[in-house]
Ligand binder design. Structure first.
Ligand code: F0G
Length: 458
């Protein structure tokens, strides 16, 4: 549903006219080629708002405008992304936006995890509560809108699953066709089923995510399809709104740390950009630290920082059961390094068992997330141990996807399949204490009551 009326913008606020800027050579342009790379040096582009230099929008007016829009019934105001449109590339009219009411995701307190980590002020920003159940929707609403505005009939992406689910949904809502390239056998059925249901042409390629992305980059230069991976800078503009909405939910009181999972590194790049822009515009008075956590088996950014001081990408052959972040050649690594440097954040890696344990601990709060999201809690434990995060600080974990995105992982954990091979008895006991396997019983009252007693006494 989209509104036909143009919703009010406060006098004094202007839509954000934008340009593309190369992140390496700084070249400015008004248009891009289909691979979204700089025509001079080949590096990635970002979106910039030159008018903010001469006449920045008033910070208090922005805050009150965004708050007031919560009372509106306009489609763009009901979107938790377009509500912040003064910080997004401008549309000619509000009804251009393809929206599924993305954003508007909850910020939860995590009292159990707070006790486990020794950080009392611990929150989760749950992006898995978006329309297609992952954070991708915040970026997709913007990028799909600009794809349609540019007149494309086809959009395409390479994906570990969530991007494809989100792209397929927004393409369908916007009347476009979509092409999905996913690694065969390496994405969850839940994500694949979403792309199928939303009508995407879904190709399972005999390669990994990095192979899919490489092929897509070649395809967009040969065929009239619009690329919706996070190389597309419009995606990152939409994903910036996570930070805006988070700060609004915290009454513009800055948390000390924001902790994000890292895969292709689009999300950390977007959050880093949002924080820097909010600081420049005076919406916040200081920058929180943004830290990125990866799976040990897909740790390209960790190695890039440790082995090459962030100057060149160290690629890896990725393997992890957190399939959303099974990526060895992350496209947005430079942007993520900028975000880490600008905010003074850390980059850590966590093991498969640490991910499984953290996921179950978040689940025990009544908040399900997918394994890739749980790296944030596992990483926080490490950062606390290292003294990088202090117990008196406020920490926000970004949960990127919903529990139902990958039920096989959860079932394997609770049935014990993941724990069986663990040698360390202390670790095994900690994992077993979190397991709640299903119990097969005869259908009798006695059997159920016995199960109840057993659970009560265990
Ligand atoms: N968490 C989830 C649930 C994801 O799906 C992804 C990425 C990430 C974290 C990492 O975010 O790539 O911005 O660093 N999924 C992509 C996809 C790659 O195709 O769905 P990132």
């Amino acid at each position: 549903m989209s509104s036909t009326s143009t919703s009010a913008t406060s006098p004094g606020l202007r839509p954000a006219s934008f340009r593309f800027r190369c992140i390496a050579c700084g070249d400015l342009s008004d248009a891009t080629s289909q691979d979204f790379r700089c025509p001079h040096c080949g590096d990635l582009l970002e979106i910039t708002y030159p008018q903010w230099k001469e006449s920045p929008p008033d910070a208090d007016l922005l805050k009150s405008t965004w708050r007031n829009r919560r009372l509106s019934h306009n489609a763009v105001d009901l979107s938790g992304v377009w509500r912040f449109r003064e910080l997004l590339p401008a549309l000619e009219s509000d009804d251009q936006a393809i929206t599924l009411r993305e954003g508007n995701t909850p910020l939860y307190e995590l009292p159990r995890c707070a006790r486990i980590t020794g950080v009392p002020r611990l929150f989760a920003k749950h992006q898995g509560m978006n329309p297609t159940a992952s954070f991708k929707d915040a970026g997709m609403t913007v990028a799909a809108t600009f794809a349609r505005r540019a007149g494309f009939r086809w959009v395409a992406c390479a994906s570990t699953g969530n991007t494809s689910a989100s792209m397929a949904a927004y393409a369908a809502r916007g009347g476009m066709r979509s092409l999905v390239l996913v690694p065969d056998g390496k994405i969850s059925w839940s994500k694949l089923s979403q792309a199928l249901d939303y009508g995407a042409v879904t190709c399972q390629l005999r390669t990994d995510f990095d192979g899919c992305l490489k092929l897509l980059q070649q395809l967009v230069l040969k065929a009239p399809v619009y690329q919706l991976n996070s190389i597309n800078p419009f995606r990152l503009e939409g994903q910036k709104t996570l930070a805006l909405e988070l700060l609004e939910q915290l009454d513009w009181q800055m948390p000390d740390h924001i902790i994000v999972p890292g895969g292709n590194l689009g999300n950390s790049s977007a959050i880093g950009k949002a924080l820097v822009e909010m600081h420049q515009l005076g919406l916040i008075s200081r920058l929180p630290r943004m830290s990125v956590i990866q799976a040990e088996g897909a740790n390209a950014l960790v190695r890039t920082l440790r082995e090459a001081a962030g100057t060149r990408l160290v690629t890896v052959s990725a393997e992890t059961r957190a399939t959303a972040i099974r990526i060895g050649n992350p496209a947005s690594w430079k942007k993520a390094v900028h975000g880490l440097e600008a905010t003074g954040g850390a980059c850590e890696q966590v093991s498969e068992l640490e991910i499984a344990q953290a996921k179950a601990e978040i689940g025990a709060e009544g908040i399900g997330c997918e394994p890739a999201s749980a790296v944030t809690l596992a990483g926080l434990k490490k950062l606390v141990k290292q003294g990088f995060v202090q117990p008196n600080e406020t920490v926000v974990l970004v949960l990127t996807g919903n529990l139902l995105k990958d039920p096989d992982f959860t079932i394997d954990f609770h049935r014990g399949d993941m724990v069986r091979a663990v040698k360390d008895e202390t670790q095994k006991a900690a994992l077993n204490a979190l397991r709640h396997p299903p119990i097969v019983l005869d259908a009798t009252l006695d059997a159920v009551i016995a199960a109840l007693h057993q659970a009560e006494n265990s």
